[in-house]
Design a binder for this molecule. Structure first.
Ligand code: NAP
Length: 489
């Protein structure tokens, strides 16, 4: 059976929900949101590991048009963020537009009929004039292939698919990875485990987290004084936005921040040998800067070890490090991040002349127009696509600009009577030349590290290298000559 709609949105994270709300508000009703799970929330539904919380303040990490006066603390936890998203879905009446339990397997463009056919796991096909992919960049767990992993006798799981049936109390646990997720759950599980070994490949930069409960008077003020919460959010926006200066090529301001962290680390870890292991040998900001008040102190516990000798092999009852030493384990937890730039390999998208999107990206690099549209793939839009992720501010801001841009694009199609639109090759090339010129000057390339921001050629395909208000400016209107507009014959 084929279900026909004008527009299909994939996913119900901040991207898909934001798109659905704004599409509906623009007067369009003929759309459906396809969601593989049984509820909304995207990454904030899926990541349920202990201690999961946001490292961007909640008053900024939320829809600007759905403010929440009641955030319980500066950096809310996953349950509160997910509850916020479910509440927004209910209050905005989004659920009738969502088909839950529908997993998208791929999409292909029909050049003659100028429609996308979207295939789903259940075998049901959808057809639409326009597809908006709000699938996010951090949803395919990266589980490294380690020799002997299948021989491990106990449970093994990834942070993004936490196995809550496994009781860690009194267990010997090995954690592999020390990224944004791991530094949140390590301090929590260390309170339960009999022994915890953390395998660190590269030490992260960890700043103290200025997290505080929201005082009741502030919640009241936000609820009663017109404009108070908006003013607070604006102040937050600018306080985060200035951080871009340090990362975007003005590397001379970094030593100040690096000094703060080094001092913090020295205070937290008096033992010089342990401190040396935890000290990054690359510049702050090269990888995502992390925040925690409890991560470093965890390594002061007698029952927690930090291994920096690499993972050689997994055996039935433990992990062998690079020196051949066995670290006993009843449970192994992978905090090893996600497939990011190569996530497109997991999408089966065929554009004009049947060109495969992942193959095109492998050949030319992951290049798009504004991180939203791709030459050769008409009427397809990505949200939080390549080079629109952030290290310094809230991605919800970027999502909102993309939502507005896509609505403007739809309006422009209607105005022109166009049946298909794609960015020209020239406009796409120009956009990427400028992006690459800027990211090459930035800390992500100059900082002396490798990270998931970079592709296999060392090119940053992930981060927006300018201020976010520049993204707002550049997407504020549809620049018609940048696009090829196709009209019905
Ligand atoms: P991540 O930051 O990519 O960290 C992965 C960790 O696993 C790194 O320490 C990495 O080491 C290590 N690793 C990967 N493969 C390995 C291997 N084969 N052997 C040993 N170690 C290996 O992943 P994540 O912690 O899941 O976070 C991903 C992103 O999610 C974050 O950057 C952030 O954007 C987002 N996130 C956000 C929040 C939030 O508060 N908003 C919270 C969690 C996650 P190397 O550094 O050496 O590669």
């Amino acid at each position: 059976m084929v279900i026909k709609k004008d527009i299909i949105i994939i996913g119900t994270g901040f991207s898909g929900m934001g798109m659905a709300m704004k599409l509906r508000d623009s007067g369009r009703q003929d759309f459906v949101v396809l969601e593989k799970a049984q509820d909304v929330g995207g990454t904030w539904r899926d990541n349920t590991y202990p201690g999961c919380e946001c490292d961007i303040p909640s008053h900024m990490y939320s829809f600007s048009y759905e403010l929440n006066t009641g955030w319980s603390k500066s950096f809310s936890g996953q349950p509160e963020i997910w509850a916020y998203m479910r509440k927004v879905a209910d209050e905005q009446g989004l659920r009738p537009f969502i088909n839950f339990g529908v997993e998208v397997k791929g999409a292909s463009w029909d050049e003659d009929r100028r429609v996308w056919t979207v295939r789903t796991a259940s075998g049901e096909d959808y057809e639409a004039r326009v597809v908006v992919a709000g699938v996010g960049g951090l949803h395919i767990p990266n589980i490294p292939e380690i020799d002997g992993a299948e021989t491990f006798a106990g449970p093994r799981f990834h942070s993004a698919s936490w196995d809550h049936s496994v009781d860690l109390k009194g267990k010997k646990v090995v954690v592999i990875g020390t990224g944004a997720s791991a530094i949140q759950f390590i301090p929590i599980i260390a309170q339960e485990t009999e022994h915890l070994t953390v395998f660190q490949r590269t030490p992260p930069w960890v700043l103290p987290k200025k997290d505080k409960p929201t005082p009741e008077w502030r919640k009241k003020a936000f609820a009663t004084i017109p404009g108070a919460q908006r003013a607070y959010r604006n102040a937050l926006y600018w306080s985060l936005e200035v951080r871009a200066i340090a990362f975007n090529g003005h590397l001379d301001v970094l030593p100040f921040a690096e000094k703060i962290v080094t001092k913090y680390l020295a205070k937290a870890i008096p033992d010089p040998e342990l401190r040396a292991k935890l000290t990054p040998d690359y510049r702050l900001g090269c990888k995502r800067v992390l925040q925690s008040n409890t991560y470093y102190p965890t390594f002061l516990r007698d029952d927690v070890d930090l291994s920096t000798d690499g993972v050689r092999e997994i055996v039935s009852d433990g992990v062998i490090d690079g020196n051949g030493v066995k670290h006993e384990a009843d449970v192994i937890i992978y905090g090893t991040g996600f497939h990011t730039i190569d996530a497109f390999d997991y999408l089966d998208i065929k554009g004009k002349s049947g060109v495969d999107l992942a193959a095109q990206f492998r050949e030319t690099g992951v290049e798009t127009y504004m991180g939203i549209m791709v030459n050769g793939f008409p009427n397809l839009a990505f949200m939080l696509g390549p080079n629109t992720a952030l290290g310094h501010n809230s991605v919800v801001f970027m999502i909102e600009q993309q939502t507005k841009f896509i609505i403007r694009m739809l309006d422009e199609m209607d105005r022109r009577g166009a049946v298909a639109v794609e960015p020209t090759k020239e406009a796409q090339i120009e956009f990427n030349i400028e992006i690459q010129r800027l990211v090459e000057k930035g800390i992500w390339t100059q900082g002396g590290c490798t990270s998931w921001y970079l592709d296999s050629h060392g090119k940053n395909r992930t981060i927006w290298p300018k201020f976010t208000f520049q993204y707002w400016w550049e997407t504020r209107k549809v620049n018609a000559p940048d696009f090829a507009w196709e009209h019905a014959a």
